[in-house]
Structures are given as structure tokens and as C-alpha cells.
Ligand binder design. Structure first.
Ligand SMILES: C[S@@+](CC[C@H](N)C(=O)[O-])C[C@H]1O[C@@H](n2cnc3c(N)ncnc32)[C@H](O)[C@@H]1O
Length: 251
């Protein structure tokens, strides 16, 4: 285990000065946490729940060899949820350790920055960007690339976190302190996504997005907490001020 990993694994209520922990949104955290991607009740638990909700927006492939491009694929958590939909699952991620983990789950992964995809124009039948946009510094560039590689008529499926006080409270202030919440310091609230800008940029590139909020089902979450079920369903909510999904088809 690296020195970085040792510091990151501090208890959540540890109040010692944090000069020796990673800064927020440090990509090295994905290396520290590589063993967590697929660990039951691990640090990325809720990503599995969100991935199930994301997959529900992905239609079944309409032609043999159809490609689903999973930008910021992480450890490949989406894979089991789309396995029966008929796609070649191709991932892109900057993290070497996440990419290796995703390859172990049968995804063909290219290591690259989402703002410079090494992918030809209009080759993907579906593009997904799950829990990625709130981590990138070039939101417009990533969106332009996501739409560029998407075939006309193909869906763009996004989930991310809104740049609001509720987004920061639910994800960071509270989220980082509750079971199944994101690992401490994984997010930097300053990068959370302005919904108007997301919609405007995608519209400029020919994708009209529809948005809806998402949260864990409370009864499911309580049963999960009590150890009575393995995971919790995510349910749609009207407010998009926290975690939300966006869906649109390229004109
Ligand atoms: C919170 S994880 C989400 C992973 C996966 N989509 C999921 O929902 O399980 C964010 C992922 O985005 C990747 N990432 C962050 N910035 C990126 C960038 N600029 N280009 C490509 N991948 C990036 C990280 O390495 C990480 O694997």
C-alpha cells in the first residue's frame, strides 16, 4: 500500500491537520481506492446503484456490433447492467488502475482524457458519461467530444451532480459522512455541473437534454444499512438540484 493510501484510509472523524491527505478531486485517489471498485459495501458502493439506473436509460442495441462508449468508465461498474443489451462496451478513462480493473470486467478500455477522445467521429451508437462531469475542468470540451463521437440518432446518457448548495451538502457535507456516500475528498464542489450550461452546450452540438433528479430509495437504503439487502434502487425525483440524470438523442 502506498503512503497516499495510508493517509486516505484515516477514519472519517479524524481531525488531524490534513496537509498529508490528497487534495479534493485528486486523480490519485482512484489508485488508492482501486481495491474498492468491486468490493461489496466498498467505497464505491453507490456507484453500483447509480450504474443500474443509468443502464435503464440505455436502449437495446439495434444492429450487430453496436458500440457503447463509456466515458470515464472507472472500474467498469456499468458492465453487468448492460451485458444483455448487445453492445461492444468500450471505455475511456485517464486512470491506469481503473482502466485495468475495467478490462478485468470485459470492457475494452482506452486510456485518454475525455476532452480529447482518440475515437473517430460518429462511431458510437450510445455514449454514456456516468459520474464523470463533476470531476472535469473542461466541461464544454468533454461535452463536445461526447457528442462528436456519437452517431446521429444515438442517445447521450449522463449522470452527475448539480452545482448548487444542495448538490454540495448532499454529496460532500453529508454524503461523505454516511454509509454508501462517496469517499472523502473524491469531489470538489467547485467542479459540480451548472445545469443550464450543460443543457445549452449539448443543444449547441445537437443534443436536446431532458433532466431528472435521482436519489436512493429510502426503504431500500434502510434495508441495505441493516444488512437485509445487497443494494438499493435509485429512484427518480423531480428536483435536479443534487444528483441528476440527463438524456438526449443526437439530431
Ligand atoms: C466517480 S468515477 C465514475 C466511474 C464510472 N463512470 C462509474 O460510474 O462507476 C469517475 C471516473 O472518471 C475518470 N476521469 C476523471 N476525469 C477524467 C478525464 N478528464 N478523462 C477521462 N476520465 C476521467 C476517473 O479516473 C474515474 O475513473
Amino acid at each position: 500500500m502506498s503512503a497516499g493510501a495510508a493517509t486516505v484510509m484515516r477514519p472519517r472523524n479524524d481531525l488531524r491537520p490534513c496537509h498529508d491527505v490528497r487534495p479534493r478531486n485528486d486523480p490519485g485517489q482512484y489508485d488508492d481506492l482501486v481495491a474498492e471498485w468491486w468490493k461489496p459495501r466498498g467505497a464505491f458502493e453507490m456507484l453500483h446503484w447509480i450504474a443500474a439506473a443509468r443502464a435503464a436509460l440505455v436502449p437495446t442495441a439495434t444492429r450487430p456490433g453496436a458500440m457503447l462508449l463509456d466515458i470515464g468508465c472507472g472500474g467498469g461498474v456499468l458492465a453487468p447492467h448492460i451485458a444483455d443489451k448487445g453492445y461492444r462496451h468500450v471505455g475511456v478513462d485517464v486512470s491506469a488502475t481503473a482502466a485495468a480493473t475495467a478490462r478485468g470486467r470485459g470492457i475494452r478500455v482506452v486510456r485518454a482524457d475525455a476532452a480529447r477522445l482518440p475515437v473517430a467521429d460518429e462511431v458510437a451508437d450510445v455514449v454514456v458519461a456516468g459520474e464523470l462531469l463533476e470531476h472535469v475542468t473542461d466541461l464544454d470540451g468533454v461535452l463536445a467530444e461526447a457528442v462528436r463521437v456519437l452517431r446521429p440518432g444515438g442517445p447521450l446518457v449522463i449522470d452527475t451532480i448539480a452545482n448548487t448548495w444542495w448538490g454540495r451538502l448532499s454529496t460532500i457535507t453529508v454524503g461523505e459522512r454516511i454509509p454508501a456516500g462517496p469517499p472523502p475528498r473524491l469531489h470538489d464542489g467547485r467542479l459540480f455541473v451548472d445545469r443550464d450550461r450543460l443543457v445549452a452546450v449539448c443543444a449547441r452540438h445537437g443534443v436536446r437534454l431532458m433532466l431528472r433528479g435521482l436519489r436512493p430509495s429510502v426503504p431500500d437504503y434502510l434495508r441495505w444499512l441493516a444488512g437485509r439487502q445487497a443494494n438499493a434502487r435509485m429512484v427518480p425525483v423531480r428536483s435536479t438540484a443534487g444528483l441528476f440524470q440527463a438524456y438526449g438523442v443526437k439530431a
